[in-house]
Ligand binder design. Structure first.
Ligand code: PLP
Length: 231
């Protein structure tokens, strides 16, 4: 895709995000766009960076590292993919936010790495609200020990929750899951006395519904960059 067309699509997404925020009586500035650049070249990221976009989402560590090496250090990278415990050392300190923490084991290795590097890493917990098999995310019932670990970790800053709902091409079917994630965040805030300000939910097919239900971060790829090569 031409850079000009990509920028046009990016502007349209920002306008739709702002309109959805207004519909819900929220400020446009309360919702940030994570432009999901996985499987798109570094040049595509650069084109949007030059237009003013600063936050980009990547799913694969090696691909992200290759882009980081050639792109401006001002970019804030989000790790939104599934993370294996043995890859923890590759992401801590390199991504501004890790969206997919979904087990105590993973949280422990992220914590250990962050402590060894003497830094604090921002993370979100990905929840598998629908209990879908083969989907990443922690089951709601398994949350308490993970939540307790994160609440007590001096090296992981727990920022909130992330969701990949079922039916993410149909906003009205996804909407109840967004509302449920917001409710879960509210009860965790009350239970742990933590701010947990962020809800990462909403993609190309459903981001307006997600914003109306309280998203603070939307992760949008296809609507901006076009279809990904999935061969
Ligand atoms: C790929 C991906 C997205 C972006 O999806 P689009 O439908 O292309 O907007 C968002 N979140 C996660 C976790 C992804 O893997």
């Amino acid at each position: 895709m031409e850079a000009a067309e990509m920028r046009q699509r990016w502007c349209e997404v920002l306008e739709r995000m702002a309109a959805a925020a207004r519909t819900a009586g929220r400020e446009a500035g309360d919702v940030r766009l994570v432009a999901v650049s996985k499987l798109h070249p570094a040049d595509a990221v650069r084109a949007l960076y030059e237009a003013g976009q600063r936050e980009f989402g990547e799913n694969y560590v090696q691909e992200a590292e290759a882009k980081m090496a050639v792109l401006p250090p001002e970019i804030s990278w989000h790790f939104i993919g599934h993370l294996q415990t043995n890859k923890a050392r590759n992401v801590v300190g390199r991504f501004s936010l890790i969206h997919g923490v979904d087990s105590l084991k993973l949280a422990r290795s992220l914590h250990d790495r962050a402590r060894a590097m003497d830094l604090v890493q921002d993370v979100l917990v990905q929840v598998n609200l629908a209990g879908e098999s083969r989907k990443s995310g922690i089951l709601e019932g398994d949350l308490p020990p993970l939540a307790e670990f994160l609440a007590g970790s001096a090296h992981l800053q727990w920022r909130g929750l992330m969701l990949m709902p079922p039916f993410f091409d149909d906003p009205e079917r996804a909407r109840p899951w967004f509302a449920r994630l917001r409710g879960l965040a509210e009860s965790l805030r009350a239970g742990f006395g933590l701010p947990l300000p962020d809800l990462s939910m909403g993609m190309t097919g459903d981001f307006e519904a997600a914003i109306e239900e309280g998203a603070t971060l939307v992760r949008i790829g296809t609507r901006i960059f076009g279809e990904r090569d999935t061969n």
